[in-house]
Design a protein around this ligand. Structure first.
Ligand SMILES: Cc1cc2nc3c(=O)[nH]c(=O)nc-3n(C[C@H](O)[C@H](O)[C@H](O)COP(=O)(O)OP(=O)(O)OC[C@H]3O[C@@H](n4cnc5c(N)ncnc54)[C@H](O)[C@@H]3O)c2cc1C
Length: 283
């Protein structure tokens, strides 16, 4: 198993900011997961996937990190209604796999640059669908460091949030699909085209910084219409293409990001009396 010590966390987040990690473990299989039982049981151990919704402080992360993106990638169709996926598999790969097998319902995941594990934790979603809509069972590492299989009803799931206080990590998942649901072969590309035309997907960001405050209005629309007192702090600025994306120009720091978040929250509260909540996880 690969283990990195005193390594820059910039390399492990899509926004490319953060100090150093004390140690990152990269388990690749069940044996490695077993070896990490004691690390999993520590309350301050943090699990990461592709780092596309996570940012680390400039002072770095002093506790143990376990990155699951090297976990053996595995996708298979089980029987006539399930797709099995391991947590390290990318969302894009799952979406394409379903598409190639003419299974509908997974198209929205194409373009979400995370792992399946991170997407389960964030209840990632797009175009009116969320990943937990598709879940039947998951395997998790529990608080004792052991692998257990649980069903969807064991979790409290809401918009971009899954309550997993008693469990440490998602390891794999059985998605369910409805083979009678009509397959639209154009949908995958159509979603992707919408993304590329409206989101700065090729720049260093963490995707949407704020959650939508409710189902009726998006955080992006609110920010767009607000008179921002600040739209850049140091190397971090609000994207003109999608103003809920904050971009790192290469010189940004976590402090810059936090200051910009604070300033925009303050503007929105003052101008609209709306408290917008952060979606990105800052540690
Ligand atoms: C360009 C861009 C576009 C995006 N578009 C979308 C979008 O359309 N919809 C959307 O919802 N999000 C979007 N995101 C955000 C992000 O891609 C998703 O939240 C993604 O699901 C995060 O997965 P990850 O593997 O990168 O998780 P990470 O960023 O590594 O981690 C996110 C959180 O999950 C936890 N975590 C990670 N892996 C596991 C695991 N196996 N078990 C338990 N906890 C874990 C981490 O501790 C952290 O709290 C976008 C991001 C970018 C950069």
């Amino acid at each position: 198993m690969k283990i990195e010590k005193n390594i820059s966390l910039k390399k492990y987040t899509t926004i490319r900011i953060g100090g150093n990690a004390k140690v990152i473990y990269f388990p690749e299989n069940t044996n490695d997961l077993k070896k990490l039982e004691n690390i999993f049981t520590k309350s301050d151990t943090l699990i990461i996937g592709n780092g596309s919704n996570i940012v680390f402080k400039d002072s770095g992360y002093r506790n143990d990190l376990i990155c699951l993106k090297r976990l053996k990638k595995s996708l298979s169709i089980i029987g006539s209604k399930n797709i099995y996926a391991s947590a390290g598999t990318s969302c894009a790969r799952l979406a394409k796999y379903a598409h190639n097998n003419h299974i509908s319902g997974f198209e929205f995941l194409h373009g979400i640059p995370g792992t399946i594990g991170g997407s389960l934790k964030m209840n990632a979603g797009a175009f009116g669908s969320e990943i937990w809509d598709l879940v039947e069972f998951v395997t998790v590492v529990n608080s004792k460091g052991k692998l257990v299989k649980l069903s969807k009803k064991d979790f409290r799931v809401s918009y971009r949030k899954v309550d997993m206080k008693r469990h440490k990590a998602f390891i794999d998942v059985y998605f369910k699909f409805n083979k009678n649901k009509k397959f639209d072969k154009k949908l995958l590309n159509s979603f992707m085209n919408k993304r590329t035309s409206t989101q700065p997907i090729n720049q260093w960001s963490s995707g949407c910084i704020f959650k939508n405050p409710n189902g009726k209005v998006s955080a992006s629309k609110i920010i767009d219409q607000a008179e921002l007192t600040v739209s850049r702090v140091g190397g971090i600025y609000v994207s003109k293409k999608h103003c809920n994306y904050f971009i790192n120009d290469g010189t940004g720091t976590c402090k810059n990001l936090e200051d910009l978040i604070m300033a925009i929250k303050k503007d929105i509260l003052k101008q609209y009396n709306i408290k917008i909540e952060k979606e990105v996880c800052i540690y």
